[in-house]
Design a protein around this ligand. Structure first.
Ligand SMILES: [Zn+2]
Length: 222
């Protein structure tokens, strides 16, 4: 754990609340064993295999999820969780719209190249991932509409921020953690980890996905 640079306050909590921490960790380790790619790192330092494509991608629209394009897909577990979350939001008067979902390595190449043309490389790296380093290649990540931090103050955005964890979703790039994640705040970009991991993240990792993923990577000894 020391080698991944976890903040001291988090390590102190593991010690002081060890039983609680281990109880929350146990179902996450079961999910990790069953589906390692759900917890894979894809960030500034670690890339996914170029040819990685999830085997269980499903279309979102047939599940009743509002989409910006008919071909939006996610992995089956993430799609089912999103469908349940969208239904709960609708029941409270908010429509969640999936605006960007699974992206292949090849598609990310074109996305990143476009940002570099528009902004130059340094600025592009703050807002877009290089191919292989996008969480969208995992098939468990989506952007809600609008893909803009205006989302954070919409009814839908406020609802997602308050409720996403109970459906297993986690905010990847929080406000104020730009130097840690390497990305500007993205209130619209959510990653599905499952309810046990989202709960562990919130209770034991300061609600910071980056620390949870690094911890699980160290745990598995990669
Ligand atoms: Zn995104």
């Amino acid at each position: 754990m020391d080698t991944i640079g976890l903040p001291m306050e988090l390590r102190d909590r593991f010690e002081s609340e060890r039983a609680r921490f281990l109880a929350l960790l146990e179902p996450v380790l079961a999910d990790l064993a069953a589906d390692p790619m759900r917890f894979a790192r894809a960030d500034k330092l670690v890339a996914l295999p170029e040819d990685y494509e999830a085997a269980d991608l499903v279309l979102l629209k047939p599940l009743g999820i509002a989409v910006s394009r008919d071909d939006h897909r996610l992995r089956a577990g993430a799609a089912a969780a999103l469908a349940a979350m969208a239904r709960a939001a609708t029941a409270e008067g908010h429509t969640l719209v999936a605006a960007s979902t699974y992206r292949s390595y090849a598609y990310q190449e074109t996305v990143y190249a476009r940002w570099v043309r528009e902004l130059g490389q340094e600025r592009a790296d703050r807002v877009s991932a290089r191919p292989g380093r996008s969480q969208h290649q995992l098939g468990t990540v989506l952007d809600f509409a609008p893909i803009d931090n205006a989302f954070a103050t919409t009814g839908a955005g406020l609802w997602v921020a308050a409720n996403a964890a109970r459906f297993g979703f986690s905010l990847s790039y929080p406000r104020g953690l730009e130097s840690l994640t390497g990305y500007d705040w993205e209130s619209w970009h959510w990653r599905w980890l499952g309810v046990p991991a989202a709960t562990l993240q919130r209770e034991c990792f300061g609600d910071v996905q980056h620390w949870l993923i690094l911890f699980l990577e160290a745990w598995t000894g990669d």
